[in-house]
Design a protein around this ligand. Structure first.
Ligand SMILES: [Zn+2]
Length: 133
C-alpha cells in the first residue's frame, strides 16, 4: 500500500490577513531522498466567505498569470476581501527561474508529474475548507 501524497505548509489557512509561504511538495532527488519542492503561496483572508484559488505559471515561460497574481498580492488590502484568496503565482518555479516551459529536471514540475499531482492534492485538500467556510 502506498503512502498518501502529502503537501505541507506553515501557513494557517484560517488566519485573517496576508500570509506568505510555501507549499512543500515531497520530491526525491539525487541530493535528498526526502526533499521538497517549494511552491510559493500567498493567502489573503478577511472574515468568512468563499475561497478562490488562483494559479499561474504551470509552464515556466508563461508570464501573464504570475505577473497578474503578483500584482494582486502587492495591491490587495485584506480588508477589501470577504473570504479567502489562495494564490499560487508560480506552480513551476524551477522552470520559471530559467524561463523555459518545462522544469530543468523534467521530473518534479512538468505536466503529468508530481506538481500536477500536488496541485490536484492541494485542490482536494482545500476543498473541505472551502465547503466549510
Ligand atoms: Zn501551459
Amino acid at each position: 500500500m502506498s503512502e498518501p501524497f502529502r503537501i505541507r505548509t506553515r501557513i494557517d489557512l484560517d488566519a485573517d490577513g496576508k500570509q506568505f509561504g510555501t507549499l512543500d511538495v515531497p520530491h526525491s532527488s539525487n541530493e535528498s531522498a526526502w526533499g521538497a519542492l517549494r511552491v510559493p503561496i500567498v493567502v489573503i483572508k478577511h472574515g468568512r466567505g468563499s475561497t478562490l484559488l488562483c494559479t499561474g505559471g504551470n509552464h515556466g515561460d508563461e508570464y501573464e498569470g504570475p505577473i497578474a497574481i503578483a500584482r494582486l498580492i502587492r495591491e490587495l488590502d485584506p480588508a477589501a476581501v470577504q473570504g479567502r484568496l489562495i494564490l499560487l503565482p508560480s506552480l513551476n518555479l524551477p522552470a520559471a527561474r530559467i524561463a523555459r516551459a518545462w522544469s530543468p529536471s523534467n521530473a518534479p514540475c512538468s505536466q503529468n508529474t508530481s506538481i500536477q499531482r500536488a496541485c490536484g492534492a492541494q485542490a482536494s485538500s482545500i476543498g473541505p475548507v472551502t465547503r466549510s467556510t
